[in-house]
Design a protein. Structure first.
Length: 110
């Protein structure tokens, strides 16, 4: 089974690593800041349209191309500034899990 889709959106620049920490009653509490919440909601909204009818149950390959608006890099050039792709992928995979693409992101073997 192959699932292919394109999400026409400006990629989020907040990543999974950007959690906030607050101290409540002397204990640290980790939470998503407003930028990360917005990025997560944006991805969830776009991904929901592409959720497979049947959840993926076996190992799979996830191939992603992040297309950022033209900035200091030229058209088609690699973007080598933050956010880095491994943190973007983590947020995307977490959102795909939440949408029901698979039971666990551990199924993404490649």
């Amino acid at each position: 089974m192959a699932i292919k889709f394109f999400m026409a959106m400006e990629p989020p620049t907040a990543t999974h690593q950007e959690h906030k920490v607050a101290v409540i009653k002397g204990r640290p509490v980790i939470y998503d800041g407003p930028e990360l919440k917005a990025a997560r909601q944006k991805l969830l909204a776009h991904l929901a349209k592409h959720k497979p009818r049947k959840q993926i149950e076996t190992g799979c390959r996830l191939m992603v191309k992040w297309c950022f608006p033209k900035g200091s890099h030229g058209q088609g050039e690699y973007r080598t500034t933050k956010p880095d792709t491994d943190n973007l992928q983590k947020l995307l995979k977490d959102c795909m899990t939440a949408c029901g693409f698979w039971k666990d992101a551990a199924l993404v073997a490649s």
